[in-house]
Design a protein around this ligand. Structure first.
Ligand code: PHE
Length: 501
């Protein structure tokens, strides 16, 4: 029998009685471990050896985990310092606590998000209030961190949280042990010659013409190789791209425009009175140095003002509250991308648009929400509208059905809703594939004449804002938006999550 040299050497090194670990074979023969593994797998395919495989997993602290083990988890440090500095009502300014802790930027974010997640207290308007009954001293993540370092009981839930935080890393290692088979023994007894297998073609082979005579070794395409972790597009970004392709396929054109915009485009054009609770309720993100938009089309400002004061049509009834142009010019981070729809429908952002037309955007919107499993402070909104002469709610429902079907979602539910700018309006719901819960995935309606008339649009416009993250959750089964993007996202998720549809 002819075998490549490494295979022959391995056969001569192992025995029938005892399975020998690959590492030891590599040591004894001087063959690199990966080569020895490949050779052993080839030998197994020839039936000359048997390989026993076992997977061993070990858990290690990452550098960050080791740092926190030393210094304490940031949220625990935050709690302790706040308790120490807090006055009678257990409240103290957050700035003071973090500066005394000498904590900044990212560390503060980590401390805050975990402080809230663990219900150590509350954080509001720059103040932190500690809960005196919080289970800080026996925090299971802290004790598990210690246990991983020196041995002891590891809480499974805590371990998962630590992994998600990137404080520990699980490593899986495949251990292989190799032993001779009867056939292997026979082959050895009959004698093995070395096959001159060439693993790699060299320039010499080519210049000397030797390549004609040598025998090239087969590639083993099933052999294990080291994982190579390259960069990839974030799964949510992949989803966004997929949504864009879908909408383009349905005949839509893309809108673009500023993330920071005038209240005029974000609210006033949408017939939202300036004292509407949502204008503070959505708690817009104001800018550090407040500023006003310089250019707004005068005639549009005038027609929007008139719509707010007098309403539209002979029976129109405006809001009986003041309308202030200065207030409308204030800049803020947009709380929805409907500001873009207003810019486009008014003919300000692009050319005047004639019906029939369809537009969309998949862009960020910013809201000062309370962070939880379905809310972050920013999200991607799938904005869209269709302009045509005769449109009804049926057209709107049909468009959603067609759109969501392309992501395998066929059980949409609709619920009547109220928006100051659409009539009728309805919300959309979809069922979460693993929890079975109905989750809100969007909001929609037919723009009112009070919105369209000032914009100079004299046909029907149906419109919506859908949440990309919610679609992502329905498609992938993700249960917590914080597992999808933000500081707590697991690297493994980013490396392996597929966005299949
Ligand atoms: N702006 C709405 C939201 O953010 C979505 C929407 C857009 C609803 C257009 C109706 C029409 O929830």
């Amino acid at each position: 029998m002819k075998l490549p040299e490494s295979q022959k050497t391995i056969l001569e090194t192992i025995s029938r009685d005892e399975a020998i670990p690959i590492g030891e074979i590599a040591n004894r023969t001087g063959i690199a471990e990966e080569t020895a593994t490949g050779a052993a797998i080839d030998l197994e395919n020839e039936g000359l050896v048997e390989i026993e495989t076992e997977t061993e997993s070990t858990i290690h602290l990452t550098d960050e985990g080791a740092k926190y083990r030393e210094a304490g988890l940031p949220e625990v440090r935050l709690y302790r310092k706040a308790s120490e500095l807090a006055s009678g009502d257990l409240t103290v300014s957050l700035d003071r606590v973090t500066s005394e802790l000498d904590m900044e930027g990212e560390q503060v974010d980590i401390a805050l998000s975990n402080f809230s997640r663990k219900d150590f207290g509350t954080i509001e308007a720059g103040d932190i209030t500690v809960d005196p009954d919080a289970a800080v001293e026996d925090d299971s993540e802290a004790s598990s961190l210690e246990a991983i370092a020196i041995g002891g009981e590891i809480d499974r839930e805590a371990l998962r949280a630590l992994e998600r935080r990137g404080l520990v890393r699980k490593e899986e290692q495949i251990n292989r042990r190799v032993r001779l088979t009867e056939e292997g023994i026979t082959a050895l007894m009959e004698g093995i010659e070395i096959a001159e297998g060439v693993g790699q073609l060299t320039p010499e082979h080519l210049t000397s013409g030797k390549w004609r005579d040598v025998e090239f070794a087969d590639y083993n395409v099933e052999a294990d190789v080291a994982d190579i972790i390259g960069g990839r597009t974030h799964p949510l970004r992949e989803m966004a791209e997929r949504v864009k392709e879908t909408l383009v396929g349905m005949g839509f054109k893309e809108m673009e425009g500023p993330h920071i915009d005038a209240d005029f485009w974000i609210h006033d054009c949408l017939f939202m009175p300036q004292d509407h609770p949502a204008r503070t309720h959505w708690d817009r993100f104001a800018l550090k140095s407040p500023n006003k938009i310089a250019d707004l089309p005068d005639d549009l400002v005038e027609s929007v003002r008139r719509a707010h004061h007098e309403g539209i049509g002979p029976d129109g009834e405006g809001y009986h509250s003041p309308w202030d142009e200065d207030f409308a010019r204030q800049l803020a981070l947009r709380g929805h991308t409907t500001s873009l729809s207003m810019r486009y429908l008014s003919g300000t952002q692009a050319d005047e648009i004639e019906p029939p037309a369809r537009y969309f955007s998949v862009e960020k919107a910013y809201r000062n929400d309370t962070i939880d499993a379905t809310h972050l402070l920013e999200f991607f909104q799938i904005e869209g509208w269709v302009m045509a002469d005769e449109l009804s709610v049926r057209d709107l429902m049909g468009t959603f059905t067609e759109f969501y079907e392309q992501f395998g979602i066929t059980d949409l539910e609709f619920k009547p809703h109220y928006n100051p700018y659409t009539e009728p309006s309805f919300e959309l719901f979809g069922r979460h594939p693993t929890t079975g819960e109905l989750i809100e995935i969007g909001n929609s309606g037919m723009f009112r004449p009070e919105v369209l008339d000032p914009l100079g649009v004299d046909c029907d416009v149906m419109a919506w804002g859908l949440a990309l993250e919610r679609l992502f959750m329905l498609v992938t089964g993700a249960e917590d938006i914080r597992d999808v993007h933000g500081t707590l996202v697991d690297l493994d998720f980013l490396r392996t999550q597929e966005v299949n549809y």
